[in-house]
Design a protein around this ligand. Structure first.
Ligand code: HEC
Ligand code: HEC
Length: 289
């Protein structure tokens, strides 16, 4: 290499590269720098072998340790779930609300889980606090269509009401007007009858005319005094709580067309434990029996 020469002041050979009269000296790399370079080279080879590294056509080399962050996340979730499910499992074996109430930690757990499940699944129909809307019963009062004991609530949640579940709670009040079972006059009389037994002023002649109709058609579900029957989801029609409104027009509409509200069943969407947590939560809302 004719370009190479010895630099006079330092006595070091040049590389032969020259820019504007400045020549590059061919000093050896510092030893410490070289050592670090080789360490990192060796480290990278070790790393490639141990850890997921080279991409391939259909995937990647997974490394002899088989490490993935996904597995770490799965493990963390599984740990959390098993921690939760210890309490969830406990909820499964609960047979009465007292059992939950006597265990403050379990109660707290059920209430928290139930409240969040309620917000996600139930608030759209029953209101954020369970106060209900017309056609969607309040869950905070003492009036229950199908019973307010923990077991009743649990069953309502499992099977739904007039739902698609084979064991759904079901009972159908006839659409007495639409089906022609009663004429308009008879329905008007029955409206007066309902006004009367719910303690409001009513046309007494109409009440007398309606009494046999009531006895014949309505007693089987609403009872002789109109107190209702939770085994058939028939509400008390003597109190001031109305699912579909208590004015004459509302009552007429109920008797004329029937109502048959639908509450979905939750066995497909929630686990048994979640349903128990919800039942405990709903039970605690105020009106639990
Ligand atoms: C699509 C609307 C809808 C959703 C969502 C819904 N419900 Fe209902 N729910 C109803 C209707 C309508 C009824 C009343 C059915 C009837 O007329 O018997 C009802 C009845 C009930 C009852 C029985 C009340 C009684 O007086 O016996 C309970 C308890 C209940 N719902 C709880 C829940 C819970 C808890 C959730 C959430 C998991 C939920 N509901 C979600 C519509 C809904
Ligand atoms: C097969 C049982 C059954 C029979 C028979 C029946 N009902 Fe009902 N009734 C119900 C159910 C269940 C409800 C709840 C509404 C629904 O269908 O979601 C109801 C609701 C009502 C309501 C509305 C209550 C509210 O809170 O808004 C009135 C009023 C009523 N019934 C009156 C009558 C009268 C009057 C008769 C007789 C002509 C009658 N029912 C016969 C089952 C029955």
């Amino acid at each position: 290499m004719s370009d190479k020469e010895i630099d006079q002041p330092t006595g070091v050979e040049t590389t032969g590269h020259e820019w504007d009269g400045i020549k590059e000296l061919n000093n050896p790399l510092p030893r410490w720098w070289l050592i670090i370079l080789w360490i990192t080279v060796i480290w990278s080879v070790v790393y490639w072998v141990l850890m997921p590294s080279w991409p391939g056509l259909t995937g990647h080399f997974e490394g002899v340790r088989g490490h993935t962050e996904r597995a770490n996340v799965d493990a963390a979730i599984a740990a959390l779930e098993s921690q939760r499910s210890a309490e969830m499992q406990q909820l499964l074996s609960v047979s009465s609300i007292n059992e939950v109430e006597s265990d403050p930690q379990l109660l707290q757990f059920a209430m928290n889980a139930g409240a969040s499940l309620f917000g996600d699944n139930c608030a759209t129909c029953h209101g954020a606090g369970g106060q209900g809307f017309k056609g969607y019963p309040s869950l905070v009062d003492d009036a229950w269509l199908w019973g307010g004991a923990l077991d009743d609530i649990q069953k309502t949640l499992h099977h739904g009401i007039r739902s698609t579940h084979p064991e759904t709670r079901i009972s159908a009040m006839l659409a007495y007007g639409e089906t022609g079972a009663f004429d308009r006059g008879q329905i008007d009389d029955l409206v007066e009858y309902v006004m009367h037994i719910s303690g409001r002023s009513a046309n007494q002649e109409a009440v007398v005319r309606a009494a046999p109709l009531y006895a014949q058609q309505c007693v089987s579900c609403h009872g002789p005094e109109g107190m209702g029957d939770p085994s058939q989801g028939a509400p008390n029609i003597t109190d001031a709580i109305w699912l579909y409104g208590g004015e004459r027009a509302d009552i007429r509409e109920t008797i004329y067309s029937g109502r048959a509200g639908v509450m979905p069943h939750w066995t497909d969407r929630l686990t048994d434990e979640q349903i128990t947590a919800l039942a405990v939560y709903v039970h605690s809302l105020g009106g639990g029996e």
